[in-house]
Design a protein around this ligand. Sequence first.
Ligand code: CP
Ligand code: NVA
Length: 305
Amino acid sequence: MGKRNLISVVDMKDEWPALVDLGIKLKKERGHHGDPLKGKTLAMMFEKPSTRTRTSFDVAITELGGHALYLDVSKMQMGHGETVEDTARVLSRFVHGIMYRAFDYKMMDKLGEWATVPVISGLDNLEHPCQALADMITIKEKFGNFHGRKLVFLGDGNNVCNSLLYACAIMGMDMVACCPATRMPNAEILYNATQIANANGSKIIASHDPQEACKDADVLYTDTWISMGDTISVEEAVKLFQMYQINDDLLKIAKPDCIVMHCLPAHRGQEITNDVIESPHSVVFDEAENRLHAQKAVLYTLMKD
Ligand code: CP
Ligand code: NVA
């Protein structure tokens, strides 16, 4: 089989359940992996800041016996006029995989097309697939299953929401994307995810009504109201999204054992209150830790010989 990319969740649709299980297995086996990626180098290209993605990929490949190389795109020739097509072909002669955090999904797609080694998205403006994998690992750990469970995403229908739509549909979990009409998830992804969910016996729906959406929810999920690269002001965001904030009132509507998730970084007092993120319902730090185990599952699957 030729090289494969993970740019959209659906790039690894058929393997997604196995990736979730592999992440959980590797979590249990931490410290005892052997060196399955010995001698392999992962280039990590960043156009935007990162704490979790950068650290978890670096630690993940190191613990699998390989090595990570951090590349700040603004300091690369690609940040100064070299084409992405040339960058992809040059890096492919040096390294065994490329992780890329990009502003524009079109650049991500081009890198994926021209690189002869696997390209893994560390987020672009359309998706954040590795986050969605860590999130599915977290949900499986907390509940043990997906069927009949309901995740409600509240706020901006952004990259994290888009990847969750695919991930929930693939795992057979119900999902409500509860967002303002002007900030709905990507229409094509919403449609595709609905089709996948139908085939898997689950439901994906869009809503603008948080009170209604949160009824019987197993998971409440939110993300920043202003993603990296967005130009909306805080004042505009507050006006648009305030009613979608995860707070005690919304939490009371969900199931009593509902978990609260956030990909982080969080903006307490905006998309989520301090009380809720610090409450026993919140699993945000387990979720952050699971980025490490998710990255290992992806790196192992795409980069081992
Ligand atoms: N959740 C996430 O991707 O965090 P970073 O921006 O810190 O990588
Ligand atoms: N939606 C956020 C996710 C950050 C991890 C952003 O794109 O900035």
